[in-house]
Design a protein around this ligand. Structure first.
Ligand SMILES: *[C@@H]1O[C@H](CO)[C@@H](O)[C@H](O)[C@H]1NC(C)=O
Ligand SMILES: *[C@@H]1O[C@H](CO)[C@@H](O)[C@H](O)[C@H]1NC(C)=O
Ligand SMILES: *[C@@H]1O[C@H](CO)[C@@H](O)[C@H](O)[C@H]1NC(C)=O
Ligand SMILES: *[C@@H]1O[C@H](CO)[C@@H](O)[C@H](O)[C@H]1NC(C)=O
Ligand SMILES: *[C@@H]1O[C@H](CO)[C@@H](O)[C@H](O)[C@H]1NC(C)=O
Length: 358
């Protein structure tokens, strides 16, 4: 079997001419000049309201996200730290995080719409990989995006599959470790996912690390929740796309090991590495020390199963919780597949997203 099937196929969004955001919001906003009489009155009113009703409390809320003033207040998000963001966004000591760069904004919005339908959007923290994403998300949804410097530069971003890009994505376990050290439960998702149901009831028990299998082979409905046996490459094919961690020593140990494995098996031209093999080696090496929990396949199927075996989809109807649009290469192909399956929500349901139409 070809190796890429078991890896998380991420691909270069820049290789396609797909417009990132067909309806740029900048055209829909009518700037009011602060030098016009109307602008001055608005500005004065705002200052009065601010001075009287909003004592400066250090709350990370952009008050004027729809006005011209937004551009100057946007720059404050540069100094917004992960600790501040986590404390602002977390509910019940729990965060849902993703890490995205600008080309993935349509996928981010699609994912967010599906999460909003399950009423968990308030816990979502977007780890922005570039300043455009940081500003865009916080402009529309103040406080819900943070950038952990350094930002990816467009030069690096264009060289997808390059060492720079690999170095960049390999910071994910570091972000997750930091969040655990701050004391939060954290769910990480890739944004090419769609929630059909609420995943939280499936996080049974008090295990350290919860994850899903990326293998497409059909399992019994009552399959074990243990780490599966290693596959052909001597390691498992657990997906690094959806992980839930409790802020316990075991989860921190796996993140530390994952960081170590990424450093020990650095990027190479031949392998076109992503962060998934290192995650699997981390699980392999910490297996005896950490309380691991494999989530049910019927609820969290790999795209290699969900999009490729209609018989199985029928048999497990009503059981699916999160769908992952993987086992396919190409930005446009992913969108097309979501559309074909009625899972591309951004065209008709953008207003359900806390970001609105992007
Ligand atoms: C809060 O978290 C605890 C433990 O993680 C969980 O059992 C409980 O259901 C959560 N409560 C809400 C309201 O989500
Ligand atoms: C990527 O990280 C490796 C190891 O930390 C380092 O040697 C290399 O210079 C980095 N490459 C880029 C392009 O950032
Ligand atoms: C699943 O169910 C089958 C048949 O009912 C049983 O033989 C098997 O031991 C069960 N497997 C697990 C892991 O519980
Ligand atoms: C870890 O990997 C080794 C080498 O492939 C394998 O022999 C061992 O069974 C794995 N351990 C676990 C717990 O999966
Ligand atoms: C598709 O799913 C059916 C039903 O679960 C299963 O019997 C069959 O082996 C699967 N086909 C493939 C190619 O995995």
């Amino acid at each position: 079997m070809s190796s890429f099937l078991h890896q998380r196929p991420i691909q270069n969004p820049f290789s396609n001419a797909y417009p990132v955001s067909p309806r740029s919001s900048s055209t829909s906003q009518r700037p009011i000049s602060i030098f016009s009489p109307t602008g001055l009155i608005i500005l004065l009113s705002l200052m009065v309201i601010l001075g009287v009703f909003v004592p400066w409390s250090g709350m990370p809320v952009a008050t004027f996200s729809n006005s011209k003033k937004a551009s100057s207040s946007l720059s404050k998000w540069r100094d917004y730290t992960l600790a501040e963001a986590a404390s602002f966004v977390a509910k019940n000591a729990t965060l849902i995080v993703c890490a995205v760069s600008q080309p993935y904004l349509p996928f981010l919005n699609n994912w967010l719409i599906s999460i909003t339908r399950q009423k968990h959007q308030e816990k979502v923290l977007v780890i922005a990989e570039d300043y455009a994403t940081l500003y865009k998300v916080n402009e529309k949804w103040p406080g819900h995006a943070v950038l952990v410097p350094p930002a990816i530069d467009s030069q690096t971003a264009h060289k997808f599959g390059s060492q720079g890009f690999f170095n960049f994505t390999s910071r994910r376990p570091q972000h997750l470790l930091k969040i655990l050290e701050l004391g939060y439960n954290v769910m990480y998702n890739d944004v090419d996912m769609v929630w059909l149901r609420d995943p939280f009831p499936y996080l049974e028990g008090n295990h350290d690390v919860y994850f899903t299998d990326d293998m497409a082979a059909v399992k019994a409905l009552n399959h074990s929740h243990d780490l599966p046996p290693p596959g052909k490459k001597g390691r498992t094919y657990i997906c690094s796309c959806m992980i839930f961690l409790r802020p316990k020593d075991g989860a921190k140990l796996v993140m530390k090991k994952w960081i170590e494995e990424l450093q020990a098996q650095p990027w190479s031209k031949a392998k076109k590495a992503n962060d998934q093999p290192a995650f699997n080696w981390a699980l392999n090496k910490t297996a005896g020390l950490v309380d691991l929990y494999l989530l049910p396949q019927a609820a969290f199927p790999t795209g290699g199963l969900y999009f490729k075996n209609q018989t199985w989809v029928q048999q497990t109807k009503g059981m699916h919780v999160i769908i992952h649009n993987n086992y396919i290469i190409g930005f446009e192909k992913k969108i097309k597949r979501f559309q074909d399956y009625g899972l591309w929500l951004v065209d008709d349901h953008a207003l359900d997203s806390p970001l609105g139409r992007l």
